[in-house]
Design a protein around this ligand. Structure first.
Ligand code: KG4
Ligand code: ZN
Length: 349
């Protein structure tokens, strides 16, 4: 029996979890959304200061809740990239310090691998699958043969899908993060009212910046704001355009439909092309109900199995890092405490 404690501090959530074999004993996330919301995005300096405050408190809390002394932990894991350097180094330093202090192994875990494996959370092994990892920083399809055996099939050439949700929400004067807010407002909207671009239909890669630009130019027109000169017209696109009622709902529904269509068609296309019969999706955007339901329907239609984690496991958390660490520890993986964090850590070449 092995007990792993993991920390996740790649961006603005401070998270700590303890996993005993495949049973989750505790998972805590201290969200910093309120601190960053006023800036419309994550401020690295604010994030790292908060990790320093929340990290030790969460350690104390998880140890109390799981009724486990830190000396009883068999291995300490932390996210070592990709992410914000000043955030990553806090969680990794805490885990390394604990590993050195208690003379236990340290495991450096790739954040994307944490997301990618999360649909199998609680299981003892994973199955080959075509995985869509879709978060605020990443959008990629990955051919997964086994733990550690990954081949990237498609990736975004500009913005990630979550980033598109967040940037478009900002244009609409909505809150941060934008995905949940757009989803909520899309519920009563007409997804067919605005014909928004589905970029790069013939490529395995993704592109979402054209969608953001299309929305930027659409909003002043819906609001009935027209500039007299090209300069005035351009200026109108640079400020948030607060719509309301049906207009807001229809824009949100049309944006959500455009993003979900692209994610679905490329994932299903890659699954067919690479001869897989299991589709998994993970990352913050996979909390989106339209994406969950429509991907499940499409998989049924094509005869593929479909696996997705519960929403709490889709946004950033330490339980997924502990789970990835457990699967890797089983395979004999350990890291050196001298291993540096890597803000640009790749999932595979
Ligand atoms: O995985 P995650 O928590 O952090 C990263 O690793 O980036 O993902 C955060 C992203 C944000 O862009 C957020 O807007 C998006 O996930 N997101 C959603 C939803 N919930 C979170 N996007 C669409 N619909 C949602 N319900
Ligand atoms: Zn993430």
């Amino acid at each position: 029996m092995k007990t792993i404690l993991a920390l996740e501090t790649s961006c603005d959530e401070t998270a700590v979890a303890i996993l005993r074999d495949h049973e989750l004993l505790v998972s805590e996330v201290a969200s910093q959304v309120a601190e960053h919301e006023k800036y419309g995005g994550v401020v690295p300096e604010v994030a790292s200061r908060n990790h320093l405050v929340h990290g030790p408190r969460l350690l104390e809390r998880v140890s109390r809740e799981a009724k486990i002394d830190l000396a009883q932990i068999d291995a300490f894991a932390a996210t070592s990239g990709p992410g914000l350097a000043s955030s990553l180094m806090i969680g990794a330093s805490i885990a390394k310090g604990l590993a050195i202090g208690f003379d236990k192994p340290y495991l450096a875990i790739n954040h994307l691998e944490g997301h990618l494996l999360s649909p199998f959370f609680g299981e003892t092994k994973i199955w080959p699958n075509l995985s869509l990892v879709v978060s605020g920083g990443h959008t990629m399809t990955v051919l997964v043969r086994d733990v550690g055996d990954y081949r990237i099939i498609g990736r975004t050439v500009d913005d990630a899908a979550g980033e598109a949700f967040d940037k478009i929400a900002k244009l609409l004067g909505l809150g941060y993060p934008g995905g949940p807010d757009i989803e909520k407002r899309a519920i009563n909207g007409d997804p067919a009212r605005f014909d928004l671009p589905r970029s790069m239909p013939d490529s395995e890669n993704f592109s979402f910046s054209g969608l953001k630009t299309a929305v930027r130019y659409l909003l002043p027109k819906i609001a009935g704001r027209f500039g007299e000169t090209p300069e005035q017209e351009h200026r109108l696109t640079q400020t948030a355009c607060k719509l309301s009622g049906t207009d807001l709902a229809d824009v949100c529904a049309s944006v959500q439909a455009a993003i979900v269509d692209v994610l679905m068609s490329k994932t299903i296309g890659a699954t067919k092309k690479h001869g897989m019969n299991l589709v998994t999706i993970s990352g913050g955007v996979s909390c989106n109900k339209q994406l969950r339901v429509r991907m499940e329907d499409a998989c049924k239609h094509h005869g593929f199995e479909f696996k997705i984690a519960d929403p709490w496991l889709c946004t950033d958390n330490a339980a997924m890092i502990a789970f990835a660490a457990m699967l890797k520890l089983q395979n004999g993986f350990k890291s050196s405490v001298t291993q540096e964090i890597d803000p640009n850590l790749a999932l595979a070449v």
